[in-house]
Design a protein around this ligand. Structure first.
Ligand SMILES: NC(=O)c1ccc[n+]([C@@H]2O[C@H](COP(=O)([O-])OP(=O)(O)OC[C@H]3O[C@@H](n4cnc5c(N)ncnc54)[C@H](O)[C@@H]3O)[C@@H](O)[C@H]2O)c1
Ligand SMILES: O=C/C=C/C=C(\O)C(=O)O
Length: 484
């Protein structure tokens, strides 16, 4: 049985207190994960602190950048190892993991290795009251030891999206992968050792949230900042933990994203785009669309077209030929999603397609599969329209005017992402300027320029990461004033 060990101070550490890791496509146990306790967290914080005082803390930004490029190159050299690990942990289609998850795992190190070398800091000259002059300049210094708490939907991508800039800025990191997906974060420990990243710089502690490694990390006084991606309510708990010691937090949280399709949109592109945003990764993407608003003249045609697309998605495991949609991450999450399917039925939704479980056989018979599902006819107050489901489902409603579409899209506690489809650029820019989100895609979805600001407004997050924005969180900025 494969053992997923903690990675502390350059060593892989068993604790003997283990929990099962299962493949979501088969529900088979694929390994045992060694849960870290307070002692392991204390040891990791001490090692991270020592690394800051040692070779890593003295390292030039150019050398740090070289090491991060070497990490990216080693991920690419071991591409298949990371691919197999991610697929086993998530059950997602091989094509998705090989085109999105693993390539971004490497790219997230390269982009920040380059940014951190080339972004200047400010400097000013001033006339002083005594008739002299003064010069001020800014210095960026590392935040220190950063806690990185990760979700299970894009395990390597989302973990390295935080670790990349944190290390580029000279911090050390203690990573707590989701209990559902321990594999790629653990494998990255081998990469760090192989390329020569000093011990204690990158560490991995396995476990859960409350009463386990997650909480122990976020409450530890030796942690100087916390970056977290996960559910909004978890963010609230972590924010409370970070309050003691006034530690800064960077949050990427939940969403209930709208897709707005105007009658003048390129119809086929809009259908394809909403299909991806509703069903990719089995709907387990924070940026995904669970609320679709379609201008009335094309509403019926659009519903029929999305139904056809959803029913054309082949449900299966990572290597099922032509697979279009894989499993949900766990039996618990499947129960949650099916609960919403039932609530929609109970609230009188028109079930355009789906609403239940597919029948798969062989090794997939016990996987956590659900049908891609589309509803219409519910009021905006219904649970499936108010609450994040995080599954392959969406509700479609008609609208008449631009004003109405904006009001519908904004009527949510979340503010993460919107995707807008129109051929009128004036409409596109007007709508983008009035939607209360961190990310607005026009005639596209999940198109990513890593230099841009990424994050959510309202209950979807705190702060922005990406490009130079990551430096704002992962460094302290000191102003030095020199009297001349
Ligand atoms: N905004 C984004 O960029 C983004 C990206 C991916 C996922 N998400 C969100 O993440 C959620 C799905 O991921 P999930 O189910 O893993 O989220 P989750 O909040 O259940 O767990 C995320 C991580 O937090 C840990 N955790 C839980 N409680 C904790 C606590 N009290 N203290 C410290 N750590 C704790 C978990 O062990 C896990 O590692 C969805 O809501 C999705 O919208 C957001
Ligand atoms: O599920 C959420 C996806 C988040 C994606 C990113 O953070 C990214 O593309 O950098």
């Amino acid at each position: 049985m494969k053992q997923f060990l903690n990675f502390i101070n350059g060593e892989f550490v068993a604790t003997g207190k283990t929990f099962e890791n299962r493949n979501p496509a088969t529900n088979q146990v694929i390994g045992l994960v060694h849960e870290a306790g307070q002692a392991e967290v204390d040891a990791a914080v001490a090692a991270a602190r020592a690394a800051l005082k040692g070779e890593w803390g003295r390292m030039s930004v150019v050398r740090r950048a070289e090491l991060l490029h070497a990490v990216a190159d080693e991920i690419n050299r071991r591409f298949d190892d990371f691919l197999e690990a991610e697929i086993a942990d998530t059950g997602k289609p091989r094509s998705l993991a090989s085109h999105v998850d693993i390539p971004r795992g490497a790219a997230n190190f390269k982009i920040f290795a380059d940014i951190v070398k080339n972004v200047p800091t400010e400097s000013f000259q001033m006339a002083t009251p005594d008739g002299g002059t003064a010069l001020s300049y800014a210095l960026r210094t590392p935040l220190g030891v950063v806690g990185v708490i990760c979700p299970w939907n894009l395990p390597l991508l989302l973990m390295t999206w935080k670790v990349g800039p944190a290390l580029a800025c000279g911090n050390t990191v203690i990573v707590k992968p989701s209990e559902e997906t321990p594999a790629t974060a653990t494998l990255l420990g081998e990469v760090m050792n192989a390329v020569g990243v000093p011990k204690g710089v990158y560490q991995v502690l396995h476990g859960f949230g409350p009463g386990s490694a997650g909480e122990f990390i976020t409450r530890h006084p030796g942690i100087n900042g916390i970056t977290f991606t996960g559910e909004t309510r978890t963010g609230e708990a972590i924010m409370a933990a970070a309050a003691k010691g006034v530690r800064p937090v960077s949050f990427e949280l939940g969403g209930k994203n709208a897709g707005i399709v105007f009658a003048d949109a390129d119809f086929e592109k809009a259908v394809a785009g909403i299909t991806r945003s509703a069903f990719e990764n089995c709907g387990q993407v924070c940026l995904g669309t669970e609320r679709v608003y379609v201008q009335r003249p094309i509403f019926e045609k659009f519903v029929a077209a999305l139904k056809e697309k959803a029913e054309g998605l082949k449900i299966g495991g990572p290597d099922t030929p032509g697979v279009g949609i894989g499993p949900l991450i766990s039996a618990e999450h499947k129960k949650k999603v099916l609960g919403y399917y039932e609530r929609a039925r109970a609230e009188g939704a028109t079930i355009v397609t789906g609403g239940g479980e597919p029948q798969l056989d062989g090794e997939l018979a016990h996987g956590h599969f659900v049908q891609p599902t589309i509803w219409t006819g519910l009021p905006e107050t219904s649970a499936v329209i108010r609450e994040e489901i995080f599954g392959p489902c969406c509700h479609i409603a008609p609208f008449d005017t631009e004003e109405e579409a904006i009001a519908l899209a904004n009527d949510t506690d979340y503010g993460l992402a919107t995707t807008v489809w129109t051929s009128n650029l004036e409409t596109a820019h007007r709508v983008a300027a009035r939607i209360d989100v961190g990310l607005c895609w026009i005639n596209s979805w999940f198109l990513r320029d890593l230099r841009t600001a990424f994050g959510g407004a309202k209950a979807s997050g705190i702060g922005r990461e990406g490009g130079v924005h990551s430096l704002e969180f992962y460094t302290e900025l000191r102003n030095v004033m020199v009297k001349l």
